[in-house]
Design a protein around this ligand. Sequence first.
Ligand code: HEC
Length: 158
Amino acid sequence: MRKLFRNLAMSAVVSVLALSTSVPSAYAADDAKKADEAKAADVAAKPADAAKPADAAAKPADAAKTEEKKEVTGKDLAFDRAKGNCLACHIIAGGDLPGNIGPPLAGVSQRIPDKAKLRAQVYDARVANPDTIMIPFGPMGVMNDEEIDKVVEFISTL
Ligand code: HEC
């Protein structure tokens, strides 16, 4: 009876050993298979990669399209709080929550018909009024020349 028990115990050990050696090798076989599959997938993916340069070539045209749409207008610049921010001080038609520090700009093109004078006011208001609190947009580099031109074009329609 004791011998039978020992035999049973031994066979249990043997089968556990057998299992523990066969399991890793099964995994190893699995891993090898996966690696092969990955390689095959890689090879299959390459033709698609090769098609990418055509995609990239198509992009400049797309970018040009969105740039066209996004062209910044003088009105955009005048209302942009990081650029003209003219609404902080001036009432301008179409602008929300305007300030009232400067005169409303409605009809400014009749008051200042000379575009050079209008530009001078936007470029550096200190020239006409040394005590002005209007930002000297040009000398302070808040807007570049092109941006100031656009803003002047916009306000000369008011
Ligand atoms: C910080 C306030 C402030 C901001 C911002 C401001 N202005 Fe002025 N602006 C004034 C004041 C004040 C005057 C009155 C004249 C003066 O003191 O220079 C004025 C005058 C003007 C005038 C002359 C108006 C008239 O009827 O004689 C124009 C044009 C003008 N601003 C355009 C602009 C434009 C365009 C912007 C945005 C790019 C702008 N201003 C931003 C304060 C401001």
